[in-house]
Design a protein around this ligand. Structure first.
Ligand SMILES: CC(C)(COP(=O)(O)OP(=O)(O)OC[C@H]1O[C@@H](n2cnc3c(N)ncnc32)[C@H](O)[C@@H]1OP(=O)(O)O)[C@@H](O)C(=O)NCCC(=O)NCCS
Length: 325
């Protein structure tokens, strides 16, 4: 793995977009056998956002991407590269990033999608960082976005309470030594690939298969408790590794953002007072703050003196925390 980079990458702009429709825990009480208390006590989630009929992934990506460009003061034609992390593409062909390109006027950008489910945003951030390090790109738009509610089985209380829709985006530029992203680590462990999955809709169980729909395969399946244990353990391990590599300790952190559901217990396991629960749902590749919630984290992520660790545990495919300055 590369450890020393010619140039550092710095986040110079942030944007997010959440659909208007709110589905509260009380709404879910009327749909499945659950309670607001059960959901809040285990996950911290009070509500999730849901795309409107007619709204789709590109709409979320374009809104978040535009906001990040405006925040950075970057013109669309300056962007060299758009990396879109998502598990819920607009359609299999073409790449969703290519559909978004003309919507944002990114006339000079190479555009591609990156698939790493819940770790998607941090993977995309790391890929973008390396394009900057090699000098291959100067201005990069990294977006994480999901329309997960389109793949939820609304009769399955184990999953429908957790996931939601949203998009978050950052603009990366080269930074001076010592600023920007201090370090990122990523890992893949495919041995538990069936803990969270969406088996239908791919080449094994294509969308055209009626048997696939009858077996409810195009929906998200999750063994939550197993996921939780692996996620907390691997998140703790890799967070320590990345902080050691960056030369910082827990007390140096102003903010940590693990994926929802893990915040409270991870914070305790880690003795980290900065780990804050999020009131909103898990948005998979959507960055940890929105994974649907940028506004809470913006000052720490963009501030000159603050550091934040954005962590997205995906026990099946990796954990990629990254202290930022
Ligand atoms: C999903 C999660 C909140 C469930 O909490 P848990 O304490 O592990 O709960 P369990 O799955 O062991 O289930 C405990 C009980 O609650 C029930 N239950 C499950 N979902 C429920 C719901 N929405 N409402 C009420 N009860 C529910 C189960 O059926 C089980 O009942 P039983 O004891 O009668 O069999 C937790 O496992 C978690 O946060 N997992 C990680 C999820 C995650 O982050 N996924 C994305 C990773 S990127």
């Amino acid at each position: 793995m590369l450890d020393h980079f010619a140039k550092t990458a710095k986040i110079v702009g942030l944007g997010s977009f959440l659909p208007e429709r709110i589905l509260t825990n009380s709404d879910l009480e009327a749909m499945v056998e659950t309670t607001d208390e059960w959901i809040r006590s285990r996950t911290g989630i009070r509500e999730r956002r849901v795309v409107a009929e007619g709204e789709a992934l590109v709409d979320l990506v374009a809104r978040a991407g535009r906001a990040a460009l405006e925040d950075a003061g970057v013109e669309p034609e300056e962007v060299d590269l758009l990396i879109l992390a998502t598990a819920t593409v607009e359609q299999p062909i073409p790449a969703t990033a290519a559909i978004v390109q003309p919507m944002l006027g990114l006339v000079n950008a190479v555009c591609f999608d990156l698939s790493a489910a819940c770790s998607g945003f941090t993977y995309a951030l790391n890929v973008g960082r390396q394009f900057i390090a090699t000098g291959e790109a100067e201005t990069i738009l990294v977006v994480g976005a999901e329309c997960l509610t389109r793949y939820i089985d609304w009769t399955d209380r184990a999953t429908c309470v957790l996931f939601g829709d949203g998009a978050g985006a950052v603009v990366l530029k080269p930074g001076q030594p010592g600023e920007g992203i201090l370090h990122l680590k990523w890992r893949t462990d495919g041995t538990n690939s069936d803990i969270i999955s969406m088996p239908g809709g791919g080449s094994r169980f294509p969308p055209s298969s009626t048997a696939s729909i009858e077996k409810r395969l195009p929906f998200i399946k999750m063994r939550g408790n197993e996921t939780f244990k692996i996620a907390v353990r691997s998140l703790t391990e890799i967070s320590r590794e990345v902080m050691d590599a960056a030369g910082i300790g827990v007390d140096d952190l102003d903010l940590t953002r693990p994926t929802c559901g893990l915040s409270r217990r991870w914070g305790i396991a880690w003795d980290c007072r900065t780990s804050r629960s999020l009131p909103m749902s898990n948005g998979s590749a959507t960055p940890p703050p929105p994974r649907s919630h940028w506004p809470w984290s913006m000052p720490a992520i963009k501030g000159d003196s603050n550091r934040a660790a954005c962590c997205s545990p995906r026990p099946l495919a990796g954990v990629s925390p990254g202290p930022l300055r």
